[in-house]
Ligand binder design. Structure first.
Ligand SMILES: O=C(O)CCC(=O)C(=O)O
Length: 276
């Protein structure tokens, strides 16, 4: 049991997460000074993008970069995640969602678990705000309780503004009624369940909207390495009694990127015939 610090979840917060599929109102993780330093370092990663690539390619780079590894392994974040996943969990994913000022990119409504070759569903996403984010600059929206309704078959998205290839149709697959608009100050986080339906609109404002998502899974979660041969993780807390996932060693370079082998991922998602 972690000590009762400001970065441990209360029983009420744990109940709220399990009931609604998300948590807001958490104590800030990074101070304003820390965020100045973190944002000042970000351009060193951006320069690693190759011609034709967008910031959307910046995923899983924490495996190579100590700048990101330190963020995903920050004890304050891990204490909060432990309040949901329990004492044994690993981190495998990180992904920037950066919307420049006056940009048209959207994130279609989706359930993360539909995209991932992982089972069972036991993954928490931490979304760290690098900027103040709200409805004005296209912050995330989430449907409370939608994580309890099972995985829904996603549709191919032809919209060129959509930054994901699959999504759910408002009104047909689910109802946006009651969607919660996330508002965070830079340095704060939200947490959400991998089955919760969420998405975000474009950023018509003059402000950047940048966030880093981090994916933490209980050690019981098994990746399908035949479709995701690059899958590796870092144990964050406890021990791994399951042995389902390969582990990587910590990075040594401050700024470095990840490259991928081709995956055999099906174009319509790993869970095209969801059963749970
Ligand atoms: O940042 C966003 O707008 C979406 C993030 C997201 O889809 C996710 O965390 O899975």
């Amino acid at each position: 049991m972690p000590l009762a610090t400001p970065h441990c979840l209360t029983t009420t917060q744990q109940e709220s997460y399990h009931r609604d599929g998300y948590l807001l109102g958490l104590p800030p993780i990074f101070s304003a000074d820390e965020m100045v330093r973190i944002n000042a370092e970000l351009p060193n990663l951006l320069t690693l993008l190759r011609e034709g690539e967008t910031t959307h390619e910046m995923r899983e780079w924490h495996h190579e970069s100590t700048y990101l590894y330190e963020i995903v392994m920050d004890a304050r974040i891990l204490d909060l995640v432990e309040g949901i996943l329990g004492p044994n969990f690993y981190v495998w994913g990180s992904h920037f969602f950066i919307k420049p000022p006056r940009s048209t990119g959207t994130v279609p409504w989706h359930q993360d678990a539909y995209y991932w070759p992982l089972s069972p569903c036991n993954t928490v996403t931490v979304w760290i705000a690098f900027d103040d984010v709200d409805e004005g600059n296209g912050s995330m929206k989430l449907i409370p309780g939608s994580h309890l309704g099972g995985l829904i078959k996603h549709r191919q998205k032809d919209d060129t503004n959509a930054t994901l290839s699959l999504g759910l149709e408002d009104g047909t697959d689910f109802k946006t009624e009651g969607a919660v608009q996330f508002r965070l100050n830079a340095g704060e986080i939200s947490m959400h369940d991998d089955r919760a339906i969420h998405g975000s609109q474009a950023n018509p404002s003059d402000r950047r909207r940048a966030g880093l998502t981090i994916r933490y899974s209980g050690t019981n979660v098994k990746p399908d390495l035949t479709v995701s041969p690059d899958f590796v993780a870092h144990l964050c807390r406890g021990t791994d009694a399951y042995g389902h996932t390969p582990y990587a060693s910590a990075p040594t370079a401050r700024y470095a990127r990840k490259d991928y082998r081709r995956s055999d991922a099906p174009i319509d998602g790993y869970k095209a015939k969801p059963t749970a």
